[in-house]
Design a protein around this ligand. Structure first.
Ligand SMILES: Cc1ncc(COP(=O)(O)O)c(C=O)c1O
Length: 393
């Protein structure tokens, strides 16, 4: 074939992608082995039945045609109301654009604020697609770690030290994947100050906002920030709709108007019947409370089961769908630990270093399994940790 563009080749540079343990666990499960999969962030339950019914009614009701580029008016209105609740800033339909999932909202946000050669700061540990999303825009980025001993909270002085003359944006995620950290108001205020001082955009990924521990603080609500914040939202986690591919971006109206042109050349609008089902799900908060309660209960059960385990320390783990365990005192090489845990106990977890250096020496546990399964996994972890120490001694 003729040479592919360097743009497309550069999105995912070849080599290790951090998913090796997950892939090995998946292959063994697919071959029929009884593996407890705690490595993925997808619900183990279906979309709420009311949302499914809304979609069936919509597809039977002749909603088979093109939709407006920025989203159906009813959908944008429902998204704006959800953004008002999420960010604490009264939001109008003109300030939101519907995208096919939160990832597409992230892509849109990065395309919207960075030119080729511009620089961004990515706060780590981060969701695995972040670096590639910047590569797709031809932008460079610096990863700024959040120290594990600080509960993975961002530190303003470390971010300041990474600023360059061509820095245009900072990307954060709270509640965080993979750490489950929920950034405090104080730390967000410090980040906001940097953005105002240096005239930066803040890209704020808030897809886990309904699964937080305690109050969700959006940096968009801080003084002077609504005009320079783009918030990434999604139906995937809050409404149990990962496979429906629906998300949205919230920002200043002028930026949303510009972003409509991106949809002109990419999606050309979203499916009508899915848009209607999503609008209904947002209007009625289908499943939101149940899903939040389910993950809160799972988090409590799992944390109770691992608390007191020798040499295993819980970090972050306040919200979202994940728990982060520091296993560095047992085995500093988290990938080696995760592979050995899979081999010996048939449990698949993610090595923390897949998400950046700050999470090295940790493993990420996904809470996307029923409580008894999580309890069983904790039991196996306890057994594995003590035998690993004995064998090492
Ligand atoms: C932090 C974070 N942002 C964005 C996404 C993208 O989600 P989706 O494209 O399903 O909305 C995910 C998915 O796991 C995530 O963890």
């Amino acid at each position: 074939m003729p040479r592919p563009s360097s743009r497309i080749s550069g999105i995912v540079p070849s080599g290790k992608d951090g998913w090796e343990v997950h892939s090995a666990a998946w292959a063994r499960k697919a071959a029929g082995e009884d593996i407890i999969m705690l490595s993925v962030g997808d619900h183990d339950f279906d979309t709420p039945s009311q949302t499914i019914e809304a979609c069936v009614t919509a597809v039977r009701g002749s909603n088979h045609h093109y939709t407006p580029l920025s989203g159906l008016p009813r959908l944008r209105k429902a998204m704006a109301a959800a953004s008002s609740a999420c960010t604490g800033v009264e939001t109008t339909s003109d300030q939101v654009i519907a995208t096919p999932g939160g990832q597409a909202a992230l892509y849109a946000a990065v395309q919207a604020v960075l030119d080729q050669g511009d620089h961004a700061i990515v706060v780590a540990p981060y969701y695995a697609t972040y670096p590639n999303t910047f590569s797709a825009a031809g932008a460079s980025f610096t990863v700024v770690e959040t120290p594990a001993e600080d509960g993975f909270q961002p530190r303003a002085e470390m971010i300041r030290a990474a600023l360059r003359p061509n820095t245009r944006a900072i990307l954060i995620n709270t509640p965080n994947n993979p750490t489950g950290a929920v950034y405090s108001r104080e730390r967000l205020e410090q980040l906001a100050e940097i953005c105002r001082e240096h005239d930066l955009w803040l890209l704020s990924d808030e897809v886990y906002w309904t699964l937080g521990g305690g109050e969700h603080v959006s940096p968009r609500s801080l003084p002077g920030m609504a005009e320079r914040t783009l918030v990434i939202n999604s139906m995937s986690k809050s409404h149990g709709m990962t496979g429906w591919r629906m998300g949205w971006l919230t920002g200043p109206e002028a930026m949303i108007t510009l972003l409509t042109n991106l949809n002109l050349v990419t999606t050309y609008g979203l499916p009508a019947f899915i848009s209607i089902a999503c609008a209904e799900a947002l209007e009625n908060r289908y499943g939101v409370k149940d899903i939040a309660e389910r993950y809160a209960a799972r988090r409590t059960v799992f944390l109770d089961a691992v608390r007191g385990m020798n040499d295993v320390t819980v970090r972050g783990s306040e919200g979202g769908m994940y728990v982060m365990l520091d296993i560095g005192d047992i085995e500093p090489d988290d990938e080696k630990f995760a592979f050995a845990f899979l081999d010996k106990e048939n449990v698949g977890v993610m090595p923390g270093s897949s998400f950046g250096e700050a999470a090295a020496g940790h493993i990420r546990i996904s809470l996307c399994q029923p409580e008894p399964m999580l309890q069983e996994a904790a039991l196996r972890l306890r057994r594995f940790a003590s035998s690993y120490r004995r064998e090492a001694a």
